[in-house]
Write a protein that binds this ligand. Structure first.
Ligand code: ADP
Length: 978
């Protein structure tokens, strides 16, 4: 019987032998041999080995193919089968007649691709243990993309299948990929400790250390942890306002992606956000995802740094020492690994958390380009950021916004703002924090009834505290927290009473019971906050009398140090807690100087007069004391401390201090704070320039204004707010780009409601949102104009705003350019227009209003006799919307200015608008740029203008007109502007 007949006759048995185990391995091994023997062409192989098709079908396909190819192929097939399944004789078929061995191929192969083919069976075996390393080598050489690697690594494949996929991919990439792979195999398999292998080992060590550092969040000191996976909630990431693609939400990977790049040359991405907005947690998440291989896989090595920890590095270091000593020590071949880093900057990522916590402020004076040259750590860091060192290595830096001056901005690739949780983020976080849905629902319910507290929860750290203290929160009824100080007092009580065996001390005695702990931790916080010290040694703790018991309360955590050879070091759970304890110390201690409070509040005076540290002692940063100038970075912590001091000295908390400090001392401190706030405000008012004749008196908030307002709010005494506002006389208050979120809105409304005269309140380009809008309602009666451009406001926020606005006689103008408004909000505006016959300006540009919305607005306009300005630029009202508006506006005697630019308005709309021009006695300016009006439409406008002398201009740039038409029409009507 010929081998061909044998294959046919034993078909069932062969199929069974190949496939009965359910694994494709035998079939694939046979195919490997046939490929290597060049019995199968590549195309034939692909026809047999169809991914996703049933194993038996593939096997049958092979048998058919082998049979049709003839005797030789059948012989070889049976020989391959014998090699793969030597025990197969027992399975029920005979291999007699087949070649007993496969012929050895010649060693020499002309190309690497061919070698890969002819050596396929052995290569599959060799590659099984080192597919990762081989992929790395191909990635580094730029021959493979991460997508290729992901494809090979698909976890549904067995190691041998991954090896085959790797070989198949390499084949498709061509000769250089084949060469690289062969070189890799030669080095790795022949010399197990080759360069790439070492790198592989190092990268594994680094990622497991990064993973260990980043998988938990501390909750109570070192005693309790929460898995980052369980609790991580997406924060709101935004690009800079002036950025072309500033809109749409950003994901974590976008931080290093291309969106929002403003400087292609620069390597540093800045993530900025307020204290507690989640910057460190965000980096921690990125680190964890990288270490797990689920994000940032374009980077082979990721080196995470904490600026807080770098502060304590006294030695001068080279970049190499910085990387290896502060992140991960290579157990061998340091030089090779560092050389690799230098040679492949695009595969490396550095992260620096908390640039604002670095003692020195950013400077680019001391240039360094040599990676082996030693320098103080901050010099290294600044050179890395600006790119004179390790050019091409991507760096992600986090900082509070105050610490980022123009000098640093120059060196940024882009800036991303972290804005804390969105309303749905708060919801999600609380649900993650409480596994019991009933508790989560109660916490969320209580937040809904206390919107001041809900506003605070946009800050993740406060959201965490509120969730952590849910028992206190739910038990406190009327006295539910309103201010940041209230929230921190809640966590103070929670931590102090958490382990107390007797349970909670009734009433306000709990503070007295733990006074010594509070003073010890307070002193530690106070003395070191001024020296930009956030990590404390055992000696620091001892100096301040901090005992083991104090530590066990959970406010301090052990510092995570990547180079953890040092003795135990501690830091506060969060920097804001350090500020809070410093404030407690200032308020409660007998040992602080009389001038501590005035100096805390009057930082600027100190700077101006160059006063040294004499009285304030360590409450000012050392650089400040030496050079008479505070680092911008340091001021925020002192500002937060001062805010807490104000809050703690509020009348509302008096009963708490009753047995802790003599009341005469407390009263004196209260007076000091009140005086500081009043003086601070006056200083701002004095800076208001006299208005140019004919213009309104306007005040642009100087840095520190919002902070003072927040301090006044913390005191919760309307007397103080009234007093502060009694001296403010402006027509227009400008607070644009001031980082105003819901919390700031609460404080602003609390204080501004006491203004004597109505103002225009300009809050453009902040993060007010719907919750912030609700917070502003108490001061609506004093706003004649409200500017809320670019503030993430939705229809829901508008509903509440208008409901209140209708009742406020002074309220006459609103600007809401660039929010998230849809047709759903127009019914509220319609109602406003109907109801308020003194309303003057409605600007709704760059939202999502369609013809339906325009029709709703027209309903309101029908009954309105006051509106002068209507702006709908950049919506989608189209011809139908323009017609609806024109129909009602043609009888308006008040409308002066109308913008329907960028609205998809065509000639039909223009014809309708011509009717307004014909009939209106008040209209002066119409904006119609960026529409699709053709000649016919413009003709109507020209005709209408013939009957109208009031209209000064109609802007028509970028419509559907030829240059010749534009030329001709300009000649005919000079009021048409193209
Ligand atoms: P920052 O570095 O901006 O001061 P952190 O990252 O330290 O802020 O955040 C403070 C606390 O807030 C964290 O310890 C954590 O409890 C909580 N937190 C911050 N961001 C998140 C987040 N994305 N998901 C869950 N919790 C967060």
């Amino acid at each position: 019987m010929s081998v061909q007949e044998l294959v046919l006759k034993q078909r069932t048995e062969i199929l069974h032998a190949l496939c009965s185990s359910g694994s494709a391995e035998h079939l694939e091994q046979v195919l490997d041999v046939l490929l290597a023997e060049e019995e199968l062409s590549w195309e034939e192989y692909q026809n047999v080995q169809v991914p996703g098709r049933a194993l038996y079908t593939n096997a049958r396909q092979l048998l058919d193919l082998v049979y049709t190819k003839g005797v030789d192929t059948c012989g070889l097939f049976l020989a391959a089968l014998k090699q793969v399944l030597p025990e197969a004789k027992g399975v029920g078929f005979s291999l007699t007649g087949c070649r007993s061995s496969l012929e050895g191929k010649e060693e020499y192969q002309s190309t690497s691709s061919q070698t890969l083919l002819t050596q396929r069976p052995s290569l599959v075996r060799e590659l099984q243990g080192c597919t990762d390393g081989a992929l790395q080598a191909l990635l580094i050489s730029g021959l493979f993309t991460t997508a290729d690697c992901d494809d090979v690594r698909l976890p549904i494949h067995t190691p041998s299948q991954q090896a085959r996929r790797l070989l198949d991919h390499v084949r498709s990439k061509g000769e250089s990929a084949a060469k690289t792979l062969l070189q890799y195999i030669q080095q790795t398999v022949c010399t197990p400790h080759s360069h790439l292998n070492t790198l592989n080992i190092y990268s594994k060590k680094l990622s497991s250390s990064v993973s260990a550092q980043s998988c938990f969040l501390s909750t109570y000191g070192g005693t309790s942890h929460m898995s980052l996976d369980d609790i991580y909630t997406e924060g709101q990431l935004e690009l800079g306002h002036d950025c072309a693609d500033a809109h749409g939400s950003l994901g974590l990977e976008d931080i290093v992606g291309t969106a929002g790049t403003v400087n292609e040359e620069a390597d540093t991405v800045l993530v900025s956000g307020e204290a507690g907005s989640g910057k460190s947690t965000l980096l921690q998440r990125l680190h964890l995802l990288w270490a797990r291989g689920t994000a940032l896989q374009d980077f082979l090595l990721l080196f995470p740094f904490s600026c807080r920890r770098l502060n304590s590095e006294q030695r001068e270091l080279s970049v190499q020492e910085l990387l290896f000593q502060h992140c991960c020590w290579p157990d061998r071949e340091q030089e090779e690994i560092f050389q690799f880093i230098l040679d492949h900057p695009h595969l490396i990522l550095f992260t620096f958390d908390g640039l604002d916590e670095l003692k020195q402020s950013f400077s680019d004076e001391h240039r360094l380009c040599c990676p082996t040259q030693r320098a103080p750590v901050h010099v290294l860091l600044f050179n890395l950021i600006q790119g004179s060192l390790m050019k091409g290595v991507r760096k992600v830096v986090t900082s509070r916004p105050e610490a980022v001056g123009p000098l640093l901005k120059k060196h940024l690739r882009k800036e991303v703002f972290l804005k804390g949780f969105s309303p749905s983020g708060i919801d999600c976080f609380v649900k993650k924090h409480h596994s019991d849905p009933a508790v989560a629902a109660k916490v969320l319910g209580s937040l809904q009834t206390n919107t001041a507290l809900l506003g605070l929860c946009h800050s993740p750290v406060l959201c965490w505290i509120v969730s952590q203290c849910h028992k206190e929160l739910l038990g406190c009824g009327e006295g539910s927290p309103q201010t940041i100080t209230d929230v921190y007092l809640m966590i103070l009580q929670h931590f102090l009473q958490r382990q107390s065996s007797q349970g909670s001390t009734a009433g306000s005695g709990w503070l007295h019971e733990h006074l010594q702990t509070v003073l010890h931790l307070g002193q530690l916080a106070f003395e070191l906050i001024g020296t930009t010290c956030y990590i404390f040694s055992g000696a620091d703790l001892e100096t301040c009398g901090v005992t083991e018991k104090d530590i066990s309360m959970g406010f301090l955590i052990q510092s995570k140090d990547m180079s953890s050879t040092r003795s135990k070091r501690y830091e506060f759970l969060h920097v804001t807690l350090q500020c809070f304890f410093a404030a407690l110390y200032i308020v409660l201690s007998n040992n602080t100087d009389r001038s501590t409070i005035p100096k805390l509040f009057e930082l600027k005076d100190l700077k101006e007069t160059g006063l040294s540290s004499a009285c304030f002692g360590s409450c000012l940063p050392s650089t400040y004391q030496q050079e008479g100038e505070a680092t911008a970075a340091e001021t925020p912590n002192l500002q937060i401390t001062a805010t807490f001091v104000s809050g703690l000295l509020s009348q509302r908390h008096q009963s708490l201090w009753l047995h802790c400090c003599p009341s005469a001392v407390m009263e004196k401190r209260v007076r000091q704070v009140v005086r500081c706030l009043s003086k601070g405000m006056q200083k701002h008012f004095k800076s208001i320039p006299q208005p140019v004749e004919g213009e309104k008196k306007s005040m642009h908030a100087m840095p520190g204004f919002v902070w003072l307002i927040k301090c006044i709010y913390e005191m919760q005494e309307s007397r103080i707010a009234k007093d502060a506002m009694s001296k403010l006389e402006v027509d227009h208050l400008k607070l644009t780009y001031c980082n105003i979120g819901p919390v700031e809105c609460t404080a602003l409304a609390y204080v501004l409601q006491h203004l004597k005269n109505p103002v225009g309140l300009q809050l453009d380009n902040n993060s007010v949102g719907d919750v912030g809008v609700e917070q502003l309602l108490p001061c609506m009666h004093i706003c004649n104009s409200l500017y809320l451009r670019n503030n993430n406001i939705t229809d829901e926020g508008i509903r509440k705003l208008i409901a209140k606005g209708i009742q406020c006689d002074n309220f006459r103008k609103i600007a809401l350019f660039n929010n998230q408004l849809t047709d759903a909000c127009t019914q509220h505006f319609s109602h406003l227009l109907k109801t308020k016959q003194n309303f003057l300006a409605l600007r709704l540009g760059n939202n999502n209003i369609t013809a339906e919305g325009a029709k709703q607005l027209a309903e309101g306009l029908k009954f309105n006799h006051s509106l002068q300005y209507l702006g709908l630029w950049g919506n989608k009202i189209g011809d139908a919307g323009a017609e609806a508006l024109a129909q009602v506006l043609e009888s308006s005697n008040t409308l002066v200015w109308l913008s329907l630019a960028g609205n998809g308005v065509g000639s039909r709309g223009a014809r309708a608008l011509a009717n307004i021009i014909k009939n209106s006695a008040s209209l002066e300016e119409i904006w119609l740029i960026e529409n699709c009006i053709t000649r016919a439409g413009v003709e109507c406008l020209i005709q209408a203008l013939e009957h109208n002398t009031h209209v000064k201009s109609i802007c028509l740039r970028n419509n559907d007109l030829t240059p010749e038409e534009v030329e001709e029409m300009t000649q005919r009507e000079s009021r048409l502007i193209f």
